[in-house]
Design a protein around this ligand. Structure first.
Ligand code: FES
Length: 584
């Protein structure tokens, strides 16, 4: 606590323009709008909403930034949690006001939530910056809502803490529990007619049986874990189930902590430091978490002028064994991980690889939290192993570089068949927009060695870098029983999916990356043991092809999509807008 307070004091000069205490220290015990007409009007209108004179004048006002929406079932538990947060804020002597922002549901937003993540981040930033609040509790859950809120809060620069929604419960199908990633594993059975209409209808009814986020190590939970590791959520909060009373308890404590942060003027930049992000990268490597986290962490860090970069991640992941085995990077469930002690237990295992002084959401350090875990001695659970006896001696995530990905790509080794970690084969090129149709072509030339090149799925090309839901296995191969091929794409993939896919190939095809120059039959070499991804075509020939017309990117002429296309950065830079990076 002492450390964070001290760091907070160092940054007091950077106050929000709205904050009338500028130059007068932290807003301890209110009167933060005193003296001017603007303050009077704000107080009057806060009282119009039912707050007392005391509540608006003498207490820190804590905004509760909620991404609750009936159009986002993953986040629908947040309305109840907001009530618990309010109780905590009141208990600690603050005044809580709930406000909404855009909410992005992975399965509802077309073409992709990634197109709108930066829009939500802008909404969150401006609402925090421009509203008469001294601090904020961020409530989110579904994949993009977490990074969008963290990006916005980082740029707004007011004291902030997050509570995530928690994973939803598991349903039961054909006598066994179903988790989110089962939709991918059961999909082929449905296509082949092995699951009939009635059974599929039953599956739809139990597949997502409660509010909360996808109950595997997908992007939402990977980001919830990262939020905890970088000190923006209370220790032990990431994987507590959405519907358990423990989450209400966490919400109340989060409200209490928000008042402490506001009173001590501890801001996101005091907490989300380079070492905090390094710890998050280490945890990402150790969990085999969603590949999307790298993009989001890069974007959040970029808002604070902190540089990550694929090389940094490559260096950290090389030294980090995979110690957690939760689906899809293992056989265990998130419940197992929760029972094993959650993120604090994971930090205790990884402590020798982490910055032990990095601050956690309750003000303690990684070393403090790890020491408490050792004292409590949680019951060992096979989902979490030691550094000496890991699931894999090296990280489940690998950075690839080579002539096909000069600025990098990511390969999730932990979710790919080991036989495909190294592979050489001829390209079969698909355009993202027509891939599924072309895969049905009975005359398509493809062999079990083929490498699927799925391009124009990047930030500019798609646009929005959508998730590639299924690798388009050509029908001619599927009929022969082939279900796994190596795939190379400039798009993303859901964290709930597996497969031997090189993702986020940068630069993307739409801005002239080499992936746009691949022709059917070109030889491609993947080596996920050494981190290489190469296109075996002569430079002279590639130069010739580069002079030919490249596939046209989206031609949006107006609105948000136009803004997006003009300013979005590539995957290795977090896909943020160029004008939002850094706060300077
Ligand atoms: Fe919302 Fe997975 S669809 S977390």
């Amino acid at each position: 606590m002492a450390r964070t307070t001290q760091v907070g004091a160092e940054t007091k000069q950077r106050r929000s323009p709205r904050d009338a205490t500028a130059g007068g220290g932290p807003p301890v015990n209110g009167d933060h709008f005193a003296g001017d007409m603007r303050g009077s009007i704000e107080r009057a209108f806060l009282r119009a909403g039912g707050l007392s004179r005391e509540a608006v004048r003498r207490r820190p006002i804590i905004g509760i930034c909620s991404s609750w929406s009936e159009l986002n079932p993953c986040n629908m538990g947040l309305r109840d949690l907001a009530e618990s947060v309010k109780r905590g804020v009141t208990t600690a002597g603050g005044t809580a006001v709930v406000f909404p922002t855009i909410s992005l549901a992975e399965n509802f937003i077309v073409p992709t939530t990634m197109l709108l993540r930066n829009l939500m981040a802008m909404d969150v930033e401006e609402m925090i910056r421009c509203s008469p609040i001294d601090g904020v509790v961020l409530l989110s859950g579904c994949d993009k809502t977490v990074p969008a809120q963290l990006m916005g809060a980082a740029s707004a620069g007011k004291p902030a803490i997050m509570l995530t929604a928690g994973p939803r419960s598991c349903g039961q199908f054909q006598g066994r529990p179903v988790v989110t990633s089962d939709v991918w594993t059961l999909g082929p059975d449905r296509v082949m007619g092995r699951i009939d209409d009635e059974e599929w209808d039953a599956l739809e009814g139990v597949f997502a049986p409660t509010v909360g986020v996808c109950n595997v190590m997908g992007t939402a939970t990977t980001m919830a874990i990262a939020t905890e590791v970088i000190g923006m959520a209370l220790p032990g909060s990431a994987v507590v189930p959405a519907v358990e009373s423990r989450r209400s308890d966490l919400a109340e404590r989060t409200g209490i902590r928000a008042v402490e942060l506001a009173r001590s003027d501890i801001r996101p930049e005091d907490v989300m430091t380079q070492s905090a992000f390094d710890n998050a990268l280490c945890v990402l490597a150790a969990t085999g978490g969603s590949t999307n986290e790298f993009i989001h962490l890069e974007a959040i860090a970029g808002r604070l002028g902190v540089s990550l970069g694929l090389d940094r991640f490559a260096g950290i992941s090389e030294k980090t064994p995979q110690v957690l085995g939760v689906r899809p990077s293992g056989d265990f469930s998130l419940e197992d991980f929760d029972h094993a002690g959650g993120v604090p237990a994971l930090l205790a295992v990884l402590e020798p690889l982490l910055d032990r002084d990095s601050v956690q959401g309750d003000g303690r350090t990684v070393a403090d939290v790890s020491a408490d875990v050792r004292t409590a001695k949680p019951r060992p659970n096979p989902c979490l192993r030691s550094l000496e006896d890991p699931f894999e001696p090296a990280s489940g995530l690998v950075v690839l570089r080579g002539s096909l990905a000069p600025r990098g790509a990511i390969f999730k080794r932990s979710a790919a068949p080991r036989a495909l970690w190294t592979h050489r084969g001829p390209a079969v090129v698909f355009d993202y927009h027509t891939a599924q149709e072309r895969a049905q072509d009975p005359d398509l030339h493809a062999t079990p060695d083929s490498v699927i090149v799925l391009r124009n799925a990047g930030p500019v090309g798609a646009p929005g870098m959508p998730e590639v839901d299924f690798v388009p296995i050509p029908a001619v191969l599927r009929k022969a029983g082939i279900t796994e091929l190596v795939c190379v794409t400039d798009g993303r993939m859901s964290g709930t999916e597996g497969g031997a896919t090189a993702l986020h190939v940068t630069p993307e095809a739409a801005i002239g990356g080499p992936i746009g120059l691949v022709r059917n039959g070109d030889e491609i070499v993947l080596d996920a043991t050494t981190g290489r991804l190469d296109l075996l075509v002569e430079d002279r020939e590639l130069a010739r092809r580069a002079t030919e017309a490249r596939p046209s990117a989206s031609a949006a002429r107006r609105g948000y999509e136009r803004l997006y296309l003009d300013h979005v950065l590539q995957a290795d830079q977090g896909c943020d807008f160029d004008f939002l990076v850094d706060r300077a």
